[in-house]
Design a protein around this ligand. Structure first.
Ligand code: NAD
Length: 489
């Protein structure tokens, strides 16, 4: 297994920039059926950036209230098209319809949250300064920002960058994942129908090469990225000599969930299953490692397995509704299967096997494997429904095991006393630390980001406003008033 970064997702490819006027096509397939859902020409990135650059000054010059109003209209456009957008997300990613609807709700909610966050995080302030002058702190937009989206929440996650970027007065060139262009295009159309022009909020189609072309483009002022650590590192490397460009990287995790003393084993098991298998494990915040106290091991593992055995996995529109759909494509299913076999052949003990009922489609069952005895557990993000179980004897060992990763996105403690949680909170390294809550489903009214290989200290969520504008401090007086008080002949 790749021991550098994320195991099954992330091409991180470093191919040459997309050729101008390229005629190559992007084709998106439905994971649950294999049928084609979208096809389109790869965009001309240089042309798209030039268009955005021309449109940006007028957008930045609009009053803030106008931009906010247009974003509220965007939310209304999404509301009108909610069922259509949810259906497209469900078809294109394979996630169940109930989950796709929840994603659309998040897209809508993002607007009011971002308006509040903009006012709170990047408000204008005036302070008194010397000689009855004023010291003003105001924020300016960066210019033209590239937003690169992942496939797993193809509407909500790019939107968490796009909405705050537009409110702040930036123009956006948005490249969704090549695995979810249909959703990306539909989202972009909602902005455009709301009255935000297709030059200010621009959809481009493309894959890694087009992403790379955007990152390398002189006229891009910054890159707002959500995706795998491999790709994030490639982007970071590319921008290492460009401190003038803002770069926000939201990446993956190898997230621990620790189960400690609790009489509520059934609830603990439900939290574990929710954390590990929601979205078929295709969440950056999914629990990958269940770290459990030895004395609770049998009871907890028994309950988790029993619940996982009951999970329905199926197609997005199946009745009764499935808990989880397929993974994104056959390549991902192949990679996860190989990873599971690797763990098995290197000391892992299967508690629940990874089953793929049809080799032609990427449906996978939830899988659980005890890797306590593995000497060198690969520190990779297995972006799918595989949960590793590790048995420990005391809380120090549990915390050390939780920190045994270069990632640092989320960590949860389930059970334990307030003192145990205090110790956990103080010593575990992650951007989100929870107690008796699942690792998935971060609050939108709070910052969302990780440390280590999970991010570059520019959390998104409520703090996205911070990287969408820069502060300008101005000392201001209505008239020039000055004398040289010392050192004159
Ligand atoms: P990915 O890294 O493969 O792709 C993300 C985007 O980057 C796509 O638009 C892709 O075309 C583009 N890209 C790929 N190579 C590039 C390059 N060399 N230069 C520029 N752009 C490039 O990620 P994915 O597989 O679509 O998404 C899953 C990953 O995203 C997982 O690792 C998951 O943990 C992570 N993720 C993180 C968060 C978070 O908020 N931290 C949220 C969701 C997903």
């Amino acid at each position: 297994m790749d021991a550098v970064a994320t195991g099954t997702s992330g091409t991180g490819s470093d191919r040459g920039p997309a050729g101008k006027g390229s005629t190559a096509e992007i084709i998106s397939h439905e994971p649950a059926t294999g049928s084609e859902i979208w096809r389109g020409k790869v965009s001309d990135i240089d042309e798209a950036v030039k268009r955005a650059r021309r449109a940006w000054p007028a957008w930045a010059a609009q009053p803030l209230s106008t931009r906010m109003e247009l974003l509220r209209r965007f939310a209304n456009e999404v509301r009108k098209d909610a069922e259509k957008l949810a259906t497209t997300i469900a078809r294109e990613t394979g996630k169940p319809m109930w989950e796709a609807r929840a994603e659309v709700d998040n897209v809508i909610a993002k607007v009011e949250i971002s308006i509040r966050a903009f006012a709170e995080r990047t408000a204008q302030r005036k302070l008194d300064s010397a000689m009855q002058g004023t010291l003003a702190v105001r924020h300016k937009p960066h210019g033209v920002l590239a937003v690169l989206g992942p496939f797993n929440m193809p509407a909500h996650l790019p939107n968490t960058h796009i909405v705050p970027a537009l409110i702040a007065g930036n123009a956006v060139v948005f490249k969704p994942s090549e695995k979810a262009p249909a959703t990306g295009e539909m989202l972009a159309r909602c902005f455009n129908r709301a009255g935000i022009s297709a030059a200010v909020m621009q959809f481009v189609a493309g894959g890694p090469a087009e992403g790379q072309a955007l990152v390398a483009h002189e006229d891009i002022d910054g890159v707002l990225f959500t995706g795998s650590a491999n790709t994030g590192i490639t982007i970071n490397r590319r921008l290492a000599t460009r401190p003038d460009k803002v770069c926000a990287l939201e990446m993956g995790g190898n997230n621990p969930l620790v189960v400690w003393d609790t009489p509520k084993i059934t609830d603990a098991a439900a939290l574990v299953v929710q954390s590990a298998f929601t979205s078929t494990g295709q969440r950056c915040t999914a629990a990958r490692r269940l770290i459990v106290k030895s004395s609770l091991y049998d009871a907890v593992v028994h309950e988790v397995k029993a619940l996982a055995d009951r999970l329905i996995f199926g197609a997005p529109f199946d009745e009764p509704a499935p808990f989880m759909g397929p993974v994104i494509d056959n390549a991902a299913a192949d990679g996860l299967t190989e990873s599971f076999v690797y763990l098995l052949s290197h000391g892992g003990k299967a508690i629940k096997h990874l089953v793929r009922p049809d080799d032609a489609l990427p449906f996978l069952s939830p899988a659980i494997i005890d890797t306590t005895a593995m000497k060198d557990r690969p520190d990779v993000e297995l972006f799918g429904p595989i949960l590793q179980v590790i048995r420990v004897d005391d809380l120090d060992e549990a915390i050390a095991e939780a920190n045994n990763t270069r990632f640092g996105l989320v960590a949860s403690l389930v059970g334990g006393s307030p003192q145990d949680y205090n110790r956990f909170w103080a010593n575990v390294r992650a951007g989100i630390v929870n107690w008796n809550r699942p690792t998935v489903g971060p609050a939108h009214s709070a910052p969302m980001g990780g440390i280590g290989l999970s991010g570059n200290h520019r959390p998104t969520g409520y703090y996205a406003a911070d990287y969408c504008a820069y502060p300008v401090t101005s000392g201001e007086m209505e008239q020039p008033r000055a004398v040289i008080g010392v050192g004159l002949r």
